[in-house]
Design a protein around this ligand. Structure first.
Ligand code: ATP
Ligand code: MG
Length: 565
């Protein structure tokens, strides 16, 4: 392809709208353009790279035995009402109405659609297991679309759904997808880390997210420095530690703390450490107030609380509910004398000298012995993990990292198959409910994550597998007939062997062409100059590597093929 025959609008300046390197580079290299918040046009080279990611995803899905389908993005409201997600997902769902006043949804995901389909199409154990997938546009009304393709309102996802006959059968499908994901990200040149993810009420480690470690990542994760344990912060557990030996006071002592409500405030006022204090949070579970206690220097992990109380609707209590439940204004809640179910983080078990709210305005209690003064409903790991916590699996230490979630594999169970009556007849002619898994890859997010992980000050460094063009040929002087002829013949030879080649035929200064080639990150650059041709040679350089090699024109194609392997 000749440069002049396509459209590569590179930018010299960093665009204002971009906050992270990959977003900046996608705009500067002329891969995408913004239409509106979270909405992007793919320009020719961006689209070529995207198609390459899709091709890898498709090949690996097919290899893993998944079957490609394509479902509509536009979906009737009723199917979403059947699963209850018309309400549940109302904050991310784009809703529209047709001319006959029928409500429709722009699909944010496809569990409902595929399960309804399978319920109609499959009815015997002989047709199972099956995994269906599609590569399709999803729509989500994200509160904060940002970072370009990373969090968009319209984006491409590969979503797959497996239909299985037993937990073991599901495990097999799950592992097949997991392994396919490992291969997909490897082939895209991405280093990813599979972390245990929150799987809601399902429990266990039946969900993994594939994370690209990057400062720009929106997800917090922890990683053990001694074993393979890694988890999303939403999910991450920590090793319990025995409480320090504390000498109890004879009884809790009320102490005036006028206007001091936050942990930091109270700690400063009482000259105590935040760890000496207890945070008492009031929630409602199915509308009834409960108290949840965590150490003063820690935050509650709501996902853990949700797992402790499966099936219950949890919400933070509002001011009125807190006052009613504790008899005190907000900021002075404490567990002593509180007649509510009380749940506490496991690290509080055995603490014998702590400071809590007194359930009285402007008052705290000192010298509270949790083993003596409070009756707990249950202790559990409820706090959010952080840097330095002990690994729950070994004696190692957890370290905090940021990650970009590019993929997610998830054991769904029977939630949707029950709802859509996706059943089959087993060998005994008995009706059984299918067990499901779902597996997503953010295709457009993956593309950008590659750039986030692989770039330098000059621009993108594409892996050859997804580069829009694998080879850039730069005739430095396009009015020199022999240069152009050599460049063209090399391009023809390489294209005939299946390589993608761009020939920079612009009448521009060499420095300008070099800059653009670096910015665009083509894996191999071939320079054809009058000087090199005088010696019958061209110069080959790999992107991201300083070394240049001179080869004879006759051997150039062969050398390039070697280098690309
Ligand atoms: P996130 O927590 O980042 O919002 P999610 O849990 O909502 O992701 P899933 O519903 O599991 O994501 O979707 C599967 C994949 O789709 C994700 O792993 C991610 O790579 C991608 N994805 C999700 N939301 C977006 C978005 N707004 N823009 C681009 N890609 C997205
Ligand atoms: Mg989301």
């Amino acid at each position: 392809m000749r440069w002049s025959k396509t459209h590569i609008p590179t930018l010299k300046e960093d665009p204002q709208e971009a906050e992270i390197p990959s977003h900046r580079l996608m705009l500067r290299a002329g891969l995408i353009r913004r239409l509106g918040g979270g909405l992007y046009t793919f320009l020719p080279l961006g689209l070529k790279a995207l198609r390459n990611v899709e091709r890898i995803v498709r090949e690996e899905m097919d290899r893993a035995g998944a079957i490609e389908v394509l479902m509509p993005a536009l979906q009737p409201r009723e199917i979403w009402e059947q699963s209850g997600r018309y309400e549940l997902l109302s904050n991310v769902m784009f809703r529209i109405r047709d001319r006959q006043d029928r409500d429709l949804v722009l699909g944010p995901t496809h569990e409902e659609i595929i399960t309804d389909l399978v319920a109609r199409e499959i009815n015997s154990y002989r047709q199972l297991p099956k995994t269906f997938y599609q590569i399709q546009t999803k729509f989500r009304d994200e509160i904060r679309p940002r970072f370009g393709l990373m969090r968009a309102k319209e984006f491409s996802m590969k979503d797959a759904y497996s239909f299985n006959t037993s937990p073991e059968d599901l495990e097999t499908s799950y592992q097949a997808m997991y392994q396919a994901y490992v291969r997909i990200f490897e082939r895209c040149g991405l280093r990813t880390k599979a972390v245990e993810a929150d799987s809601g009420a399902m429990g266990g480690s039946s969900s993994h997210e594939f994370m690209v470690l990057a400062d720009a990542g929106e997800d917090g994760i922890v990683e053990c420095d001694a074993c393979a344990y890694a988890a999303n912060l939403e999910r991450a557990e920590r090793r319990a530690v025995a409480p320090a030996d504390e000498t109890p006071d004879r009884q809790p002592e009320p102490i005036a703390t006028p206007g001091h409500k936050t942990i930091e405030d109270v700690a400063r006022f009482l000259k105590a450490k935040p760890t000496d204090l207890i945070k008492t949070l009031i929630y409602t579970a199915n509308g009834q107030p409960i108290a949840v206690l965590v150490p003063g220097d820690r935050d509650l992990n709501e996902h853990k609380l949700a797992r402790l109380l499966p099936g219950q609707t949890l919400a933070m209590a509002d001011d009125a509910q807190i006052e009613k439940a504790t008899g005190a204004p907000v900021g002075f809640a404490g567990p002593v004398g509180l007649s509510l179910p009380i749940y506490a983080d496991v690290s509080l078990q055995g603490r014998r000298r702590v400071i809590t709210g007194a359930n009285r305005a402007d008052t705290h209690l000192q010298g509270v012995d949790l083993t003596r003064d409070v009756t707990f409903t249950a202790f559990a790991d409820l706090a959010i993990c952080r840097e330095g916590d002990g690994c729950p699996r070994c004696a190692g230490t957890l370290h905090e990292k940021r990650g970009i979630e590019v993929g997610h594999v998830f054991k769904l169970g029977t939630k949707y198959s029950e709802c859509f009556k996706a059943t089959y007849l087993d060998p005994n002619g008995k009706e059984q409910v299918m067990i499901m898994g779902c597996y997503g890859i953010g295709v457009t997010r993956t593309l950008q994550a590659v750039i986030e992980q692989s770039h330098d000050a000059q621009g993108i460094i594409w892996p050859a597998s997804i580069a829009p063009y694998q080879i850039a040929i730069l005739p430095l002087n396009v009015s020199h007939a022999e240069s152009l002829k050599t460049a063209e013949s090399l391009m023809t030879t390489l294209e005939a062997q299946g390589f993608s080649v761009i020939l920079d035929d612009r009448d521009e200064r060499p420095g300008f062409k070099f800059k653009d080639a670096d910015l665009l990150g083509f894996p191999l650059r071939v320079v054809v100059s009058e000087r090199s041709l005088a010696a019958g040679q061209v110069e080959i350089k790999r992107r991201g590597v300083d070394e240049k090699v001179m080869v004879s024109c006759a051997e150039a194609a062969q050398k390039i093929v070697e280098l690309l392997k």
